[in-house]
Design a protein around this ligand. Structure first.
Ligand SMILES: Nc1nc2c(ncn2[C@@H]2O[C@H](COP(=O)(O)OP(=O)(O)O)[C@@H](O)[C@H]2O)c(=O)[nH]1
Ligand SMILES: [Mg+2]
Ligand SMILES: [Zn+2]
Length: 281
């Protein structure tokens, strides 16, 4: 039988069976336990978990496998940290995760704010506009499919959005499932909650994704994780260019022509500097 690991508690795993959708609690064989089993793993089981299927990706902190979509939440306040947002997008590009920008608190977002986000990110990630306060979350709920997680600065409204999604689902289903009363997650455990066609990872015990590997990239690699730089990179005349300077740098030319957003480029330089500084030690 095959299923999805939705929860892990020491050596006891909660597995949702792919066919029956029933949740079974089982242990792992010595061999699979040794090689590691993560929430998000697709597994083969009989009396115990016997095999872990090949993973699409794996995150270590929070421990989660096979992440499909990352919802990067931002809001007019607190003021967005665009360097952080761009690092999260790089993270997604490296891991093969589809990024979304979830602009929350549109109930109090000036028109200019919304316009600006669209302008900066239109070639990078799909932007969704929502308000947890007003229960305006359709754009978000319709994109939940596969294994999904939320990230973003503190106080942008991640918990509010997740609560809003589940309270709407509960209202539709009309029964008080186990999903409610999750309370405050104090332990550093991750759990998947089914939602529509997918799952939402509760990563509340982690204030932020571990972005350390982003700052450990080779400086030269960085621009390859910028989908909006792709065309300009191909037109860059310099070999192994970092796109920092030079009259024939395709990326700089594209910025000057308005084909690449100035904000994205300036923040690229900041992240690049971080990578280069790290390399010096
Ligand atoms: N105006 C407004 N406030 C919101 C919205 N969503 C969340 N908030 C408020 O923003 C604050 C932080 O929300 P929270 O969900 O705890 O953010 P988290 O730290 O990202 O989990 C709380 O005071 C929420 O009431 C929204 O859509 N509009
Ligand atoms: Mg929270
Ligand atoms: Zn260049």
């Amino acid at each position: 039988m095959e299923g999805l690991v939705i929860k892990k508690n020491a050596n006891l795993f909660s597995v949702e069976d792919f066919d029956t959708k029933q949740i079974v609690k089982i242990h792992a064989s010595g061999k699979t336990q040794e090689s590691g089993i993560f929430v998000g793993d697709k597994i083969f089981y009989a009396d115990v978990i016997e095999k872990v299927f090949e993973r699409k990706n794996i995150l270590i902190r929070p421990p989660l496998a096979n992440l499909d979509k990352l919802f990067i939440v931002l809001a007019p306040s607190p003021k967005p940290d665009f360097v952080l947002i761009d690092k999260l997008i790089v993270y997604c590009q490296v891991k093969g995760v589809q990024p979304f920008l979830v602009v929350n608190k549109i109930d109090k977002a000036p028109q200019m704010f919304v316009k600006n986000i669209k302008k900066i990110y239109n070639k990078v990630a799909q932007c969704l506009f929502v308000s947890a306060k007003n229960n305006q979350i359709e754009q978000l709920s319709e994109h939940i499919e596969g294994i999904c997680a939320f990230a973003g600065q503190s106080a942008v409204g991640k918990s509010s959005l997740i609560n809003c999604l589940f309270s709407q689902q509960l209202a539709q289903v009309g029964n008080l499932s186990k999903k409610i009363g999750r309370g405050r997650q104090t332990t550093r455990l991750v759990q998947l909650f089914s939602y529509n066609k997918g799952y939402i990872a509760d990563t509340a015990g982690f204030s932020m994704l571990d972005l350390s590997f982003v700052t450990e990239l080779e400086p030269r690699e960085l621009s390859s994780y910028y989908p909006d730089f792709l065309k300009a990179r191909a037109e860059c005349k310099y070999r192994s260019c970092l796109h920092e300077s030079g009259g024939d740098c395709g990326v700089i030319k594209a910025v000057q022509k308005g084909q690449i957003s100035v904000e994205r480029y300036q923040n690229y330089l900041k992240i690049l500097k971080e990578l280069k500084d790290r390399k010096k030690y």
